[in-house]
Design a protein around this ligand. Structure first.
Ligand code: ZN
Length: 152
């Protein structure tokens, strides 16, 4: 048990105290999606037979999405395989502040290269057109699918 604790402490020293900067232009406090008729926004929320692997941060359709750290964009990354979801099926995978994470439901300004904290990295896609009445949001997911909540 003690070995496990020491190991975790070493693993996490890089990211301790790291907090995401503002993600969405209309949401300076990174307020989270709570619950709506489609589900809840917290990590581990039920999604049918699966669970929610990320954390949802409120963002109104069309608003500007900012880099939460100085980041390097690695590639495009998308949440769905279903062509019916094409309108909102976009996002990027990036690294910054020692973290690797994905942002979904944004139209990225680019899919490689660097973006400084607070600069535009994308635009919130029209989520209401797919899920009318949902709390529109950016989905934040760690590359290892661990819980991002401690970084907010
Ligand atoms: Zn989500």
């Amino acid at each position: 048990m003690r070995q496990a604790v020491v190991f975790l402490a070493v693993l996490c020293c890089v990211c301790e105290g790291v907090k995401f900067g503002q993600l969405c232009s209309g949401n300076p406090g990174n307020t989270r999606r709570t619950s709506d008729k489609y589900g809840a926004g917290h990590y581990g929320a039920p999604r049918g037979s699966r669970t929610h692997k990320g954390l949802d941060i409120k963002c109104t359709d069309g608003q500007t999405v900012y880099a939460p750290f100085d980041v390097t964009i690695q590639r495009r990354s998308v949440p769905y395989t279903d062509p019916a979801m094409a309108t909102i099926n976009n996002g990027i995978l990036m690294r910054g502040a020692g973290l690797c994470f994905k942002l979904f439901y944004i139209q990225p300004v680019k899919t490689s290269g660097s973006v400084s904290k607070g600069q535009k990295i994308g635009t919130m896609l029209p989520m209401q057109s797919i899920y009318p009445g949902i709390t529109s949001h950016v989905h934040v997911q760690m590359c290892d699918s661990s819980d991002p909540t401690g970084y907010f």
